[in-house]
Design a protein around this ligand. Sequence first.
Ligand SMILES: [Zn+2]
Length: 233
Amino acid sequence: MVDIKALYELQLLDTEISEQESALADVRARLTDESEVRKARERLRRLEVQFEEVSGERRSVQVSVDQFSEKLKGVETRLYGGNITNPRELGAYEVERDMVQRQLSGEEDKLLELMVQFEDLQGNRDKARSTSERLESERTENVKDWTLEEGRLVSELEVQYGVRGRMTPDIPPAALSTYEMLSKARDGYAVAMIERGACQGCRISLPTSVEQQARISDAIVQCSSCHRILYVD
Ligand SMILES: [Zn+2]
């Protein structure tokens, strides 16, 4: 004799178990997945490297600006100092002054551009640093919660599998394997109630004789359409 109610209750339990199993898989996936924190850390590292490069470049262009300024000052001192009267010599100094002036303003342009880059990178680096720190501390908090959740799910599942282990020996093996097979094929929905003359698994109307059979039979009665095990409450 097959107790269809027991199969129906087994299905309720299996539904709970599968929900818990997927919640457990989900929490474990979150515990393993550090990609968000890692990406933020990598972005910060990249920006730090770029920032160091631009800082270094800025320092060396600054040195070169200072050198050209000094040089220009020297040329101008000689040019306007009044000691040179020879027009050819004066002309040569003017040519040199113009050249140094051009070099200086070239370096000054470079410096200006680097300073803009420097400030942008500094801002982006600081933002990336605070994002990375925020994500790390959020994750630390989350990991604590998720670990607790994982432990809770594991012990709940242990209890549920214990209950299942006590339920199944009372079910005839053939009925149990029909249930298991249907459950696998129908995504955990093997036992369907009959309500208002219809199978609730596929909504098809059943002949009264089938409903009657499901109500009184000692054996499994299956829906002719979806093959689910029919159950009358
Ligand atoms: Zn059906």
